[in-house]
Design a protein around this ligand. Sequence first.
Ligand code: SAH
Length: 349
Amino acid sequence: MLDIKSCTPEELAEYIESIGEKKFRAKQIYEWMHVHLARDYDEMTNIKKKLRETLKETTEYTSLEVKDMKESAIDGTRKYLFALSDGNMIESVMMRYRHGISVCISSQVGCRMGCRFCASTIDGVVRSLTPSEMLDQIYMISRDTGERVSNVVVMGMGEPLDNYDNLVRFIRLLTDENGLNISERNVTVSTCGIVPKIYDLMEEDFNITLALSLHAPTQEKREEIMPIAKSYDIDTVIRAMREYADNTKRRITYEYTLISGFNDSEEDAEDLIKLLGRQLCHVNLIPVNPIVERNYSATSETYVLNFKKKLEKNAINVTIRREMGRDIDGACGQLRRKHTESGAKEGLL
Ligand code: SAH
């Protein structure tokens, strides 16, 4: 069945004409889906009943069901657990900043990248999300809060570049001026570093921000925590990121999760400075979020500040990721794990 919310305006027009309807109906339906964020065809009041019935029979209209939602009493951050139409579950997060609402979405159910510190990958990948399922996370949160979403980060469960075609289509729909019209500049995609896909993304000519989950300053250390480093070594991925920045003129971000005693020493900072050299970039330091299944603990605050100072002395732009929703947290992927079988078996419930 046609996944209608994943259609471009042109594809939708073609389909509507193919079932003997006037082209302007496609425009109306597109607007219901992507501007008014309708949850089903029956909300489309200016579409006649007969056409709604045909659409129900011939297309798939994806929507999410809220299974759980936790709101932080500290800063209003919300963590959603959504069920997809096949019963699989994903997580999304809504954060409030001064400039508006930012939504962090998942791109896959689970993940197959195997990063040692990440809860999303423990049970592997189940499947990739469709463009409509990625949009639905933003649409549901916008409906739920009644506010406009201004920023989107693809940093939830899954590896977005392992779901490349759907990701690109999702970005096109999200930033379409006839849809939600989110500025490309307000979209960030985070990857563990699938190098050929970084080059593909560069060719798409988006104005989005690309973030690399770096997390270690040397090949040896990176390999220890991120299996992807065995396929694409650290110099190769840094070169790809540099080229991405040069070609798109967009400043890139390196995410660096500080793990106590592993990658947070003075020497690690020096190695990182050497690795990055001079380039248009920004380093985001993240205190590791301890996860029950793994034995990693976060670096103490003084260490984080020292690490930051050292990078700054070498003219590297650094921020420390503000911890949002401290009281509702648990690392990425943990809320879902609590609701899945293997998580329940391990006593996470
Ligand atoms: N697969 C993509 C996006 C999802 S992960 C990527 O690798 O970038 C989003 C970010 O959260 C990544 O930087 C990831 O490394 C980080 N992350 C995962 N588990 C974490 C944990 N326990 N503590 C801190 N950051 C974590």
